[in-house]
Ligand binder design. Structure first.
Ligand SMILES: Cc1cc2nc3c(=O)[nH]c(=O)nc-3n(C[C@H](O)[C@H](O)[C@H](O)COP(=O)(O)OP(=O)(O)OC[C@H]3O[C@@H](n4cnc5c(N)ncnc54)[C@H](O)[C@@H]3O)c2cc1C
Length: 457
């Protein structure tokens, strides 16, 4: 019997929608099935009562993220440079230290700490540059590095307390989890995937250089709107049944058949679908071992960006939580001032147990510590706990625990019969980022086009 579609794409985030677009361009009949009542997945805009639109999910693009820049150009979406004028703050030992906001700016720390930091960053960048992004498990020292967490590597290789703390804060800021939660090999892979450490943590020529006016969810809406392919919303996929001919995809209410399927969910969620026959054991075990980070994104809205008058960028990094990283997220016309903060890793997990009022109090106390008492009286407060989202269950992305890359690496992208895998976690370049999601969708679509051509021939 002829299947309903050539390809069904599960998930309408950037990865799924990009895959659908490329498959449709190859003249294939495609259906996208999405669990939520909206497209965009980990990209989401919220409009407040005063018509101010803010992003509660992924928002920045920058550096060499060429696919994301191209999509913004295609859909005529304006880029807004992240506010970066003035000084950044480093909160350490109960005091705020000012430091430059240019790429590579060095905080005023004790010279021993600075030397320790400088040496460690150099060493890490050198090791990271050796990783083969497609097969990180093949490096001759892969097992050694995969046997370490970033935390155990820090303890063995970094001697000063403050330099160690610096790396722990970086781990939380980049991975939304603790340095003790993920493998050192994964850390090296991830840095190279996004170019290097400096690029990942910088605004200037870094991953945080631009915002998209109106928000990044627009990209998914534009992608979905440009498709001939139907995008079925409100339809969580529950099961995939495979035969030699293709796959039957089941939602609570409907059943569809296709020759191929792209699953574009983060690995943990992909592992929660029912597969018949069951997935190969090692693929299933992989999905048990790539947990998502823990993050609550918070914003306080003020009459104006008052910190700018004090010559501050609004960017603070702190050795004390619960908010350790902040940014200025004000609208381009500065009609309001918006301070953005992240509750990440252990801080995020602890804060998830508090009431909204308790969280707001704690968040504002941190903002006030960095930017002064004015921060205690916002006009409004907004937050999003991504751990609580049933169709995401944590952000920014999945991280590889120790031993996972070397034991299960090959199963990350390898198709299982007619089922192909996409999603930011499967990307070799810009893994975990929107750019990686788009690239993964293109890769999965390419695999399927080749495979279907071979079947025809
Ligand atoms: C707070 C936060 C900040 C971030 N900051 C940045 C940033 O500044 N820059 C950056 O580049 N990246 C950032 N990211 C990461 C970025 O958003 C993601 O890497 C990217 O959006 C992932 O896209 P994806 O398509 O791979 O996955 P997703 O966006 O997760 O898409 C998967 C889709 O599958 C759907 N789904 C789940 N289960 C089912 C099911 N059973 N059936 C059908 N559909 C299902 C989901 O609803 C979702 O729409 C951030 C993420 C968060 C949450």
């Amino acid at each position: 019997m002829k299947p309903d579609y050539d390809v069904i794409v599960v998930g309408a985030g950037l990865a799924g929608l990009t895959a659908a677009r490329q498959l449709e361009r190859s003249n294939l009949r495609v259906l996208v099935i999405e669990a939520r009542d909206r497209v965009g997945g980990r990209n989401e805009e919220v409009t407040l009562g005063n018509d101010l639109t803010l992003e509660v999910g992924g928002q920045w693009i920058g550096a060499n993220q060429e696919k994301m820049f191209a999509l913004c150009r295609e859909f005529d979406l304006k880029l807004i440079p992240t506010y970066n004028e003035g000084d950044n703050l480093l909160y350490i030992n109960g005091k705020c230290k000012r430091m430059g906001s240019q790429r590579g700016a060095i905080p005023k720390l004790n010279p021993f700490v600075l030397l320790d930091l400088y040496r460690s960053i150099k060493k890490i960048d050198k090791l990271s540059a050796q990783i083969d992004l497609t097969n990180p498990w093949q490096h001759p020292r892969a097992r050694e590095w995969d046997g370490h967490t970033l935390e155990s590597w820090i303890r063995q290789n970094i001697s000063t307390h403050q330099a160690r703390e610096y790396f722990r804060v970086v781990a939380e800021a980049v991975f939304a989890t603790e340095a003790s939660d993920f493998s050192f090999l994964h850390f090296l892979f991830y840095l190279k995937s996004g170019q290097d450490l400096e690029t990942l943590i910088s605004v200037e020529k870094g991953a945080q250089e631009y915002r998209v006016a109106g928000g990044t969810q627009q990209i998914s809406r534009c992608l979905a709107g440009s498709l001939q392919t139907p995008v079925l919303l409100d339809s969580p996929v529950t099961a995939l049944h495979q035969t030699d001919e293709g796959v039957t995809v089941q939602t609570a209410a409907q059943t569809f058949t296709a020759r191929k399927v792209v699953v574009s969910l983060p690995p943990t969620l992909a592992g929660r679908l029912h597969y018949d026959p069951p997935l190969p054991a090692l693929r299933d075990q992989l999905t048990q071992r790539v947990p998502a980070g823990s993050v609550i994104k918070v914003m306080a809205i003020y009459k104006e960006p008052f910190w700018r008058q004090a010559g501050l960028t609004g960017q603070a990094a702190s050795f004390e939580g619960p908010v350790k990283i902040t940014f200025d997220n004000s609208p381009e016309d500065s009609s309001y001032g918006v301070l953005l903060g992240f509750l990440e890793g252990a801080d995020g997990r602890q804060a998830a147990e508090w009431t909204v009022d308790q969280r707001q109090q704690q968040v504002l106390a941190c903002f006030a510590r960095y930017f002064g008492k004015e921060a205690l009286s916002p006009l409004d407060y907004l937050e999003k706990d991504w751990m609580a989202e049933p169709y995401t269950r944590g952000c920014y992305g999945g991280h590889f625990s120790p031993g996972v890359w070397t034991a299960y690496g090959p199963y990350l992208r390898q198709p299982c019969g007619h089922i192909h895998w996409a999603g930011a976690e499967t990307a070799d370049i810009w893994n975990g980022y929107m750019e990686g999601a788009v690239r993964s969708g293109e890769r999965a679509a390419g695999e399927i086009s080749i495979s279907l051509k071979q079947t025809k021939a």
